[in-house]
Design a protein around this ligand. Structure first.
Ligand code: HH2
Length: 267
């Protein structure tokens, strides 16, 4: 899943794709680089972000969704607002990517697929809620409950997402990744978003203690997304589609028994 932020203030690429034509071209480029889904969002959910008025969010995302869907690209809409999700589906989006895990009624009503992500409170205040006794168990039981509710309401296709970086400390994020198998073992498809997130910058900081900026978090993004896929994640949400897609294909490569790759005999 390639990230397309049609926003002025997203944490790593705010303002780059605010112009609809530039956004559509970037979405098309990500699809060509290997993204199976392009995730269009018109509101930043970085820690401390202020909500965007509905009219403004609609104005940002609907033309971009429409243009990409017209090119037969699978589009998801990253929104917490029922009216935006509804309008995006009407414009051709087929997945509702819902960081609030509350829009299953819209998914049921429209027939769209649904991503339920864990977030303990709204982005403005969520880092004050980064308190868990057992983060893996709490996130898992929350997501399973949401998925069961959505299925009862008639949502057929859904993913659960631990919400890396949403009301979590770096230690919580690492625990959730290390124990990703517990989410995978629920049998519900799992989506993971680590791309360029600040915990990767802090881990890469090393001895100077200075956190690496979003542009220096590619290695961490590639490592964590490859880890997630090899542990059973179904979808990873990333800004840098080409390197991640290459890394995943390599990690999953199984040379045919009779073949040899670059002179190395198959085993
Ligand atoms: N992360 C972000 C936004 N949407 N959706 C899902 N399902 N999972 C995620 O981890 C996730 C998400 C945050 O990243 P980004 O869109 O780049 O930043 P911003 O919220 O500042 O626009």
């Amino acid at each position: 899943m390639g990230v397309l932020n049609v926003t002025p203030d997203s944490f790593s690429d705010g303002g780059r794709w605010l112009d609809p034509e530039a956004a559509v071209a970037h979405g098309r480029a990500m699809a060509a680089e290997g993204a199976d889904i392009v995730d269009v969002g018109g509101e930043s959910t970085r820690p401390g972000a202020r909500p965007v008025p509905e009219e403004e969010e609609l104005r940002r995302v609907v033309p971009v969704v429409e243009a990409l869907a017209r090119e037969n690209i699978v589009v998801s809409i990253d929104s917490r607002k029922p009216a935006v999700a509804r309008a995006a589906v009407a414009a051709g989006a087929s997945i509702i990517n819902d960081v609030s895990a509350s829009l299953w009624p819209v998914a049921a009503e429209t027939g769209a697929a649904w991503v339920a992500m864990h977030m303990p409170a709204d982005p403005e205040v969520m880092q004050q809620h980064a308190r868990y006794v057992d983060v893996v168990a709490e996130v898992k039981s929350y997501l399973v409950e949401r998925a069961e509710t959505a299925r009862r309401a008639g949502v057929e296709n859904l993913w659960i997402d631990p919400g890396i970086g949403f009301g979590k400390t770096p230690a919580h994020n690492l625990s959730l990744l290390r124990h990703l198998d517990e989410l995978v073992d629920t049998g519900i498809p799992v989506l993971v978003g680590t791309s360029r997130k600040s915990f990767l910058g802090r881990l890469a900081a090393g001895e100077t203690g200075e956190s690496a900026g979003p542009e220096d978090r590619l290695e961490g993004t590639v490592a964590t997304t490859t880890w997630a896929v090899t542990r059973g994640a179904d979808v990873v949400r990333v800004h840098d589609v080409r390197p991640v897609s290459q890394a995943i294909h390599l990690a999953e490569a199984r040379p045919r028994p009779e073949s040899d790759v670059a002179g190395v005999p198959a085993r």
